[in-house]
Design a protein. Sequence first.
Length: 454
Amino acid sequence: MTKPKYYLVTLGCAKNNVDSESIGTLLNRAGYAVAEKQSQADVLIVNTCGFIAPAREESIKVLHDLASQKRKGQMLIAAGCLTQRYRESVAQQVPGIDGILGTRRWMDILQVIQSIQSRPNTHAVYHLPEAPTVGTDEQGVPRVAIQGGSAYIKIADGCRRPCAFCAIPLIKGPAVSRPIEAITSEARALEQAGIKELVLIAQDTTDYGHDLGIHDGLAVLLEKIAGAAPAIPWIRILYAYPGYVTERLIEWMAQSSQVVPYLDIPLQHAHPDVLRRMRRPANIEWVYATLAKMRAAMPRLALRTTFIVGYPGETEEEFQTLLDFVSEIKFDHAGAFKFSFEPGTASEPLGDPVPEDVKQDRMNRLMALQEQISLQRNQSFMGKTLDVLVEGTGRGISVGRSYRDAPEIDGLVIIDGKAPVGEIVPVTIHGAMAHDLTGSLVPAKAVRPPRQGR
């Protein structure tokens, strides 16, 4: 008997990748198989992103494309962030959708499919009512997404921060942390599977455990993971919140041989007045002091951040403060977004007064500055040896990442010759570009120089 098949498209961030992996696990357990092409599938699923306007537009386009090519007997299900917040609008904009599933009900994908199958001759769009909680471990489904030698583990879902520009609390609700035991169990299983890197993700990893009554929860979790899976060489932290990087967290990162000296801490801006309008932590002195403290404890520390340009009311003077800040701190990696007006957020009354051409100009200037800084940072590694997690090989080269680069968002190390995919190998760096490095494998018998601290 032929197994039914599903075709799953994932849009947006790594957290959506984890939800898609969980949806796939449930379908696989129920006897479904993955379809390589849309035409082969019985069920089409799009895990959408609804964070900002361009992401919503991409999600609607993908749904339109699938709906327009849908053959008789296929069903199309829209899931994820976009449908969590705009389910009625999505159903109206995309004729041909059969079911809608928000971020809080991914675990009910089979119920949605079965309900659609039970009414094949109707044109109504099936959707489940809102669920009261998020980030749970229903049916024992791991909250993990594996990519090559790396695996994302979602440690919490939702957010309780008051950022005025952000719709995530409206989409996902307040933060709900997953139990430590569930996370460490997954870490052990991934260790046994040979995974070389764990990437911890949440809307705010530094808020982990707050709802569980755990003080300094992220540091506690890191200690537990390291104890449960000591053979995993790299543990990486994404999405820390300013003001909540604690002394204990810094100490643990500095002393642990597993936690890589890398931190993604989205700061959004550097001018206190803009940060106040954003309802973000506005104590820039804390930022300077904490980053200095981290760099003193971990001389090899790689820092990533994200900024918003063109926030309502941002003046040229305030933007210049941001440029000066970036010049002084010298982040290894920085991303930037133009402010996107989001109805329903706390920033809605501010409107969108900064002209689009001004936003684009500021974004161009910021990223041009960061490219110069990134190039200088990369050039400092010329002649040094870095451990590189190999992710692919072909045409006489291999490609991977060092501890300085998170999956999918940072740079790559391009290696001369063939290296084992999924393994961490030593590479001597001989070339530097703004985002990527090039290098050669260290011969197996060569004596490697000692590491220069964390």
